[in-house]
Design a protein around this ligand. Structure first.
Ligand code: NCD
Length: 334
């Protein structure tokens, strides 16, 4: 799967993606760094269990969230995480900023940077936007989802959630099902889980897979991202240790990729009958928001095998670990 870049040059992506000052995707993290973030997030989760948890490790710091797309879990969990660590968190929705008067992305972030911020957490519909921003601001940039490209903190919290449930990820089989082409979660999850030694089976409509993917072995075109594409969801799920169900990204599709959403649900949806093909007790994850009745049935979404709420809880803990590392004075944990 290649980046679909709009208004952003490949130079922006390559120039900053190896810069450990920012978190732009999971590509640049080593397995050891992912382990450390996961361990720190586990500690935060335990600390948060004995509420109220408040630390002052980021006291005096200012974190801005700048979202050009809607969000519930990601934006709120970053805010929660920043505040729990004592930072001032300011939320900017592009729709209520001067972006609506025509201000460019560059001028918007230069304006914010001039206010002396420590971190900018960005969500943008164009792939590569956080990389572009990182080249122009002093602040640390954290990618909270860019187009169909990446969503690093989602992948990190998914690793935490599945590791907690299975105990060991090495050699585990994860079935990733649904809209792979437009899902930034799919791309970041594949990279992160492969780094953890997870085997990945893929199933989805051929029109929602990267163009050159056919049944059999494929990869994202970056090292160690091999996956096996299956022709049916049943084949992908069979004997899986866990299932990651992806949202149908209708807002990113142009036209004609799906004949009918009911047909999608019938052929690709995760339901009890299909889940029975996985290993006994195999959990189901979904990054949210869920289209219940479409890519996932309601009984599975809220059933005993669903880890969806664990993912949300882990989202706050993982974003605390990420903010502590990337914005803290010591950067000591990695
Ligand atoms: C995802 C996103 O926005 O990429 N959601 C999230 O951050 N929890 C997945 C999605 O929108 O399908």
């Amino acid at each position: 799967m290649t980046l679909t870049l709009t208004n952003v040059s490949q130079q922006d992506v390559t120039a900053v993606s190896a810069d450990s000052k920012h978190l732009l995707d999971v590509d640049s993290l080593t397995p050891e760094q992912i382990h450390k973030l996961r361990e720190r997030a586990s500690e935060f989760r335990q600390l948060r269990a004995s509420r109220p948890f408040k630390s002052d490790s980021l006291r005096g710091g200012s974190i801005y969230t700048l979202f050009f797309e809607n969000s519930t879990r990601t934006r709120v969990s970053f805010e929660h995480a920043g505040k729990a660590l004592g930072a001032d968190v300011i939320n900017i929705a592009a729709s209520t900023s001067s972006v609506s008067k025509g201000e460019s992305l560059l001028n918007t972030v230069l304006t914010l940077d001039a206010m002396g911020i420590d971190a900018l957490i960005v969500r943008h519909p164009h792939s590569g936007s956080p990389h572009f921003i990182a080249r122009h601001v002093d602040a640390v940039v954290i990618n909270a989802g860019d187009g169909a490209h990446g969503h690093p903190t989602q992948a990190l919290l998914d690793v935490l959630t599945l590791q907690d449930h299975l105990g060991n990820l090495q050699g585990a089989k994860l079935a990733l099902v649904g809209d792979i082409l437009y899902s930034r979660v799919a791309r970041s999850d594949i990279i992160a889980f492969r780094k953890m030694g997870v085997e990945i089976s893929i199933a989805g409509p051929p029109t929602l897979l990267p163009q050159d993917w056919a049944p059999g072995e494929n990869s994202l075109g970056v090292p160690d991202t091999e996956v096996t594409v299956h022709e049916s969801v049943e084949d992908a799920i069979r004997d899986a240790d866990a299932i990651m169900c992806l949202r149908l990204q209708l807002e990113r599709q142009t036209s004609g990729l799906l004949p009918d959403v009911n047909e999608y649900s019938r052929v690709w949806g995760i339901n009890a009958q299909r889940l029975a093909l996985a290993k006994p007790g195999a959990p189901v994850m979904h990054p949210g928001p869920m289209n219940e009745g479409l890519e996932i049935s309601t009984d599975i979404a809220h059933g005993s095998l669903s880890l969806v709420e664990n993912q949300v809880e882990n989202g706050v803990a993982m974003r605390m670990a990420v903010l502590e590392h990337y914005c803290g004075p010591t950067r000591e944990i990695l």
